[in-house]
Design a protein around this ligand. Structure first.
Ligand code: DQA
Length: 148
């Protein structure tokens, strides 16, 4: 089972960026822990600050990943191109935001990605990524049990 975690702009600064909102754990440290929690799963991590690079990665993984966990950062609120890429690929995606975007500025309340995703996790901190991975593990195992 192969699951891709895709992080967009400024999420390379996790642990240092506005820690009162995003916490003080780096994504590398969290990802290390996540891999230990899901040791039987092939977890891949990709972060980029550029829209096109994220779209290219979606096209690429849309062919061979079982699930994509995507935190597009601010691009969730602005990028129809990224939403189109999520819609264009076969692999299902779950949208994650570390902070509760609905408790923040109004411009963060809308995401172009949400309607194209299987589901969304907002406001549960880094644990949101783990819950999204858990969802894909259950989904793939349930499909396998049904012989799909
Ligand atoms: C974020 C929320 C976005 O509004 C913001 O632009 C980010 C981080 C989150 O994970 O809470 O960069 O996606």
């Amino acid at each position: 089972m192969r699951i891709l975690i895709l992080n967009g702009p400024n999420l390379n600064l996790l642990g240092r960026r506005e820690p009162e909102i995003y916490g003080n754990v780096t994504f590398d440290d969290f990802f290390h822990e996540l891999k230990a929690r899901f040791s039987g799963i092939h977890l891949e991590y990709f972060q980029n600050n550029h829209e096109g690079a994220l779209i290219d990665k979606l096209h690429d993984s849309g062919l061979h990943a079982d699930g994509i966990v995507i935190n597009a950062g601010a691009l969730a609120h602005t990028s129809i191109a990224l939403a189109d890429a999520v819609a264009a690929i076969r692999t299902p995606a779950v949208e994650v935001h570390i902070s509760n975007v609905f408790g923040r500025e109004e411009y963060r309340h809308h995401s172009w990605l949400s309607a194209k995703c299987a589901g969304c996790v907002f406001g549960l901190g880094l644990e949101g990524y783990a819950l999204a991975v858990e969802y894909f593990v259950r989904r793939v195992r349930a499909a396998a049990a049904l012989g799909e």
